[in-house]
Write a protein that binds this ligand. Structure first.
Ligand SMILES: Cc1cc2nc3c(=O)[nH]c(=O)nc-3n(C[C@H](O)[C@H](O)[C@H](O)COP(=O)(O)OP(=O)(O)OC[C@H]3O[C@@H](n4cnc5c(N)ncnc54)[C@H](O)[C@@H]3O)c2cc1C
Length: 516
């Protein structure tokens, strides 16, 4: 029997497959599409995603394939209103203190390439037809080029996008609503002041356009509102309102590589799990593209669930872990949908207050506000998703100073730019001590074969919020699972036993890693 059947090979399903495979989980991944995606949809890859990619060993490849930008420009009908430098906006907080621009089709190709190199093929042209939950496993019907097939798997992961068949089969509501505005998105060749490798936002009383830099010189991504008069025009083409775009952005469009329109929805599934079936990515939550959060959140779901499934499959870890997937991710999804909704409404509303804010207040105050380090770092923490915390939710336990279990382990830099994130590449539970580990802790870690990473106490660790000689047990996804102000081995032992954490590696069995 398979361990996991993944339905959907968008970014969410692909990252889930990569992480599960690294942890020795037997999986199949299917997609009803005839081949890899060709639409460049999501552009922004945020720091937290790159940190996960570093753990998977693919961050450098992604960075090489993408591009960064140095500044955000704000335009009103009166002209260029502000240029805000954002190149290294999160300096000191992450090894990746910027937003990477990488079109989704290229991004998916990169993930696919890595998966293929590992010997895990995506089965295209293969659709999930239905499934039943049995005691201890799932029986799924899939239809592919060789006809219909019944697949038995211990778990099923629905990474099958906004119209998820898995969500529908589970009868889970997708609560929320839709906005009336129609959006356009286009990858174009263009000339003009906004084709300078920076991000440009053009706003007016009723209109909105954004111009994103692309890797290829002279190419940009346009995102904006379709003029109201054209919203219900069938077979809309960019040529129908190219003159509006040219006037509003002062760009001369010289070629169109891709054009699409879409309605924006804000919905969160009522539940992310039913029995042995899970929902992730757009199947679980959709929202406005404000802040480029959608794809990154799906990847975050994949990482959050992958290590928990692997723990159950490989070590019979506590069921608390599987329950925690929904608790941790639904809370974040609800907050995200609410905040992107506010941001989106502010960006497109024609109400007097929103217009005043967009046209007068923002261009006046945003540059000075963003010069304040506190504001800059706070914005980065939110947008980059490094600020996501699972505080107060099981299995996270304990607090030391300003850091609590559930928080992402803060990054402590060193000369090589990797710092305390280096050991996270093992994807295993590990103890971090910033200072000196006691003999009792060393022998417990040895006995449990729990990796212990001791780093000399330094000012950078204090600045990151860590406490000298405190005990931090780090989860495979780089969040703190357990924190204690002293190296209390009794408390650590109780936690390890309660969550069934066993990290002892045994010889491979039939080519498969086994633990505990
Ligand atoms: C125009 C546009 C612009 C966007 N811009 C951004 C942006 O700037 N930043 C951002 O973060 N996000 C953006 N998004 C959102 C982003 O594209 C999605 O959040 C992301 O694709 C979600 O990934 P996913 O893997 O969860 O789902 P998807 O990418 O939708 O993948 C789902 C996969 O499941 C497959 N599938 C569906 N049903 C079945 C079935 N029954 N059997 C087998 N396979 C099935 C589909 O073929 C598909 O390949 C944009 C979206 C659109 C449409």
């Amino acid at each position: 029997m398979l361990d996991v059947l993944i339905v959907g090979a968008g970014p969410t399903g692909l990252v889930l497959a990569l992480w599960l495979h690294r942890q020795g989980v037997r999986l199949r991944i299917i997609d009803k599409a005839p081949g890899p995606g060709t639409a460049s949809r999501a552009l922004a890859v945020h720091a937290r995603t790159l940190e996960y990619y570093a753990m998977l060993g693919i961050a450098d490849e992604a960075i090489l394939a993408g591009r960064r930008f140095d500044a955000l420009n704000y335009w009103t009908p009166a002209g260029h209103a502000a240029r805000i430098p954002v190149g290294e906006i999160g300096k000191g907080l992450s090894p990746y203190p910027y937003v990477l621009i990488l079109p989704q089709d290229e991004h998916e190709r990169l993930l696919l390439g890595r998966l293929k190199a590992l010997g895990v093929p995506v089965e295209y042209d293969t659709t999930l037809v239905g499934f039943d939950q049995r005691p201890g496993w799932i029986e799924a019907e899939i239809a592919g080029p060789r006809g219909e097939e019944s697949v038995e798997a211990r778990f099923l992961c629905g990474c099958d996008g906004a119209h998820s068949a898995v969500r529908e089969a589970l009868g889970i509501d997708f609560e929320g609503g839709s906005y009336s505005d129609l959006f356009y998105v286009a990858d174009v060749a263009a000339t003009g002041a906004a084709v300078n490798g920076e991000l440009h936002l053009f706003t007016s009383g009723t209109r909105f356009n954004a111009v994103f830099p692309m890797k290829r010189e002279g190419q940009v991504r346009l995102v904006g509102l379709v003029p109201k008069r054209l919203r219900s025009k069938p077979s809309l083409r960019i040529e129908d309102f190219a003159a509006d775009i040219a006037r509003e952005t002062q760009l001369k469009l010289t070629g169109v590589n891709w054009f699409s329109t879409y309605h924006v929805h804000h919905r969160v599934a009522e539940s992310f799990r039913l029995g042995r079936a899970f929902l992730l990515g757009d199947a679980a939550h959709i929202h406005s593209p404000a802040g480029g959060q959608g794809m990154n959140t799906g990847i975050g779901d994949a990482v959050n669930l992958a290590w928990k499934l692997a723990a159950i499959v490989n070590t019979q870890g506590s069921p608390v872990l599987l329950d925690s997937y929904e608790d941790e991710r639904i809370r974040f999804a609800r907050t995200l949908v609410a905040s992107t909704d506010r941001g989106f409404t502010m960006a497109v509303s024609s109400g007097i207050i929103a217009r005043l804010l967009r046209l007068r207040l923002l261009p006046m105050v945003a540059p000075s506000l963003l010069r304040l380090e506190r504001v800059r770092l706070r914005l980065f923490r939110t947008l980059s998703q490094i600020g996501i915390t699972y505080r107060g939710l099981a299995p996270n336990q304990g607090r030391v100073g300003e850091l609590a279990a559930g928080d992402r382990l803060p990054w402590v830099a060193d000369g090589d730019g990797v710092g305390n994130f280096g050991p996270l590449r093992s994807l295993s539970w590990q103890v971090h001590i910033y200072g000196a580990a006691s003999e009792a802790l060393q022998s417990l870690c040895k006995e449990r074969t729990l990796p212990l990473h001791e780093q000399p106490w330094q000012a950078e660790a204090a600045a990151a919020g860590l406490a000298q000689d405190a005990l931090y047990l780090i989860r495979p996804d780089g969040h703190i699972g357990f924190a204690h102000p002293t190296q209390d081995v009794g408390a650590l032992t109780r936690y390890l036993d309660a969550v069934h954490i066993r990290t002892r590696t045994e010889p491979k069995q039939n080519g498969r890693r086994r633990y505990g």
